[in-house]
Design a protein. Sequence first.
Lengths: 448, 233
Amino acid sequence: MIKLEFLPQRAALLAGQDNKLDVLLRVQAPAAPESRRDRLPLNLAIVIDRSGSMAGRAIAEAKRCAGMIVDRLSAKDRASVVVYDHVVNVLVPSRPVDDKHLFHAALREFDSGGTTALHAGWLAGAEQAAHQPNGQVLSRVLLLSDGNANQGLCDVTAIAGHCAEMADAGVGTSTYGLGPNFNEDLMTAMARSGQGNAYYGRTADDLMDPFQQEFDLLDALCARRLRLALNPAVGVRVEVVNGYITDAEGHSVLPDLAYGGEAWALLRLTVPRSVGEAAGDGDTHLLTASLAYTDLADRTGHTEPVHLRLPRLPAAAFAAIAPNDLVSSRAAELNAAALQEQARSAALSGDWEQVQHLLQELRAEAVHSPWLRASIAELERYASRRESRRFSKEALYKASAMRSRLAALDEQEDWSKDLEAEKASFLRRKLEQGRRFDPPREDPSRPA
Amino acid sequence: MDHAMDFAKFKNWNGDASELAQVASKILTARGLGETLAEPNVRLLRDYAQRGIVSRPARHGKEAIYAYRQLLEFIAARVLVADGWPLAKIAEHFGHIDDLELFNLIAGDGGKNRARSVIERIRSETQVALARDATHPSADKSEQQSPSTQFRERAARLSGIQAEMRNALRRLGLPEDGPAVEQVTLLAVAPWCQVLVESGRFSRITIEEAEEIGRAVTASLLTVTDKGAKTHD
């Protein structure tokens, strides 16, 4: 059911030379479920920061988002509600969502308070989600915060490490940052290590979009805990350019896979001349890849291993092979992610000259990609106004999305809001991560 | 010991109130809660039944026959009480929880729930780390010091802080033995009105005092807003 495929940038090696080549590894889900299926029951812990900075509209919107989550759940799902400032309160302990009024009543009950014991709040949520040990549910903490952890454990690496351990034990973490003051390094690290998703909303209104996105993704999920094993031939070096985290066995942890989607990894291979020569006249074997995953019935599945073998061609024949557009495009995306991360560091240290320089490089990188070109525009606006916090958040979330997004199976280089609006929300290439995706308005001048 | 496996043998158990209390006592002791909690007894069981935590037992003539479900409810409630849960919250949620969930609550780590063991470990590691940081806020963790050096440094740091604090308090005209510290609870009686009450007072406050405070707040509000005079005019 899950298909693994290599797509090299050029389908050959240059004979008699050391070679460096990019190869796209595509992990493709089926387009739709083979038969009508029920989605996996969800077991969610909704953890809401109610520290003082959330006072007013932010907390009202957080409650609205949490209410929306509850409304989307059914009696076969479980949920809990945890709020925290410097004190953690479990408003609704983990229980089946068979009485939504109870959840809504609890959400009405609290208001904003003191400082931000983020780790303690998250841990209480994880504890609630851990009440359900059955593997045939999807357990996840949804952490919503607008601030910095300033009480209890605050160290980003330590907190992210805890998220990784919990994810490994079956409870993932997704984070939702709100407004200009939350710690994006912490929130993205938690989600990345927690094998969930990191979202943010510039305003409380913008948060609704990522909640929707996460639910759509969970609804369409077909495999989780994807572990990619790469076995290069002797002498060949492989780098996973996306920078996915690795598990204890050194396997790359890919994002959860949904029907109609493709997880992908860009592999950068260094092939010394000697490797090719040792292969004699035939194709050169470079790499074998295989994937382990957990299906919806909590069974471990394995894909058939795939092998990358390429012929060695003389210079003229090699040059005649056109580079693959899709591989070039994904490579450009990851280069853009790296440039945005560098620009973010420069912006945070106030070096706007360097930011401009990097944005220029980014524009050059985006020349063949309508989506990248359009998505840089907002960063440029923040840079021109020297809004370092907004720039920092948007650049980091953009980069993070580019490194680990699911692509649509039929994704084209073309990009427009119309095209994206037709896709499932979790497959859309958004212009701005912190803003909701507004579907294009009907053009009144267009004939009906 | 695998408490989950051990507990499974009670699936077909039934007995009267006194037998339930005895079985519960054994299981709670095996789970390591024997010393934390008061010994289960018939009075406690009846109290839980009255609160709706333990469901109604079957009746055999005048005799109440308790079964596996009531045993689960009673033990799970004691486990939650040990975790600090208020009885009202437990009663609120038990009506909706099935046998398996109650079993998992009791089973703890024996219920093959790795996530919960990870949480326990994280919790204890975090407590240790925070306690260490509180003792040595600026210490380089990679640098190992002898206990006596640590103690001397800590004592010197604390005495410096205390001297500084005494001077500051003297300048402010406050007692030198430290700032006044009081535990208070904030009651939000309206989105725009909060009342601070000494936390220790709650257990002693009488209905008359509460009513008196209500009247005092009303009078204060009316005085400040100048509406009291108009009302009385």
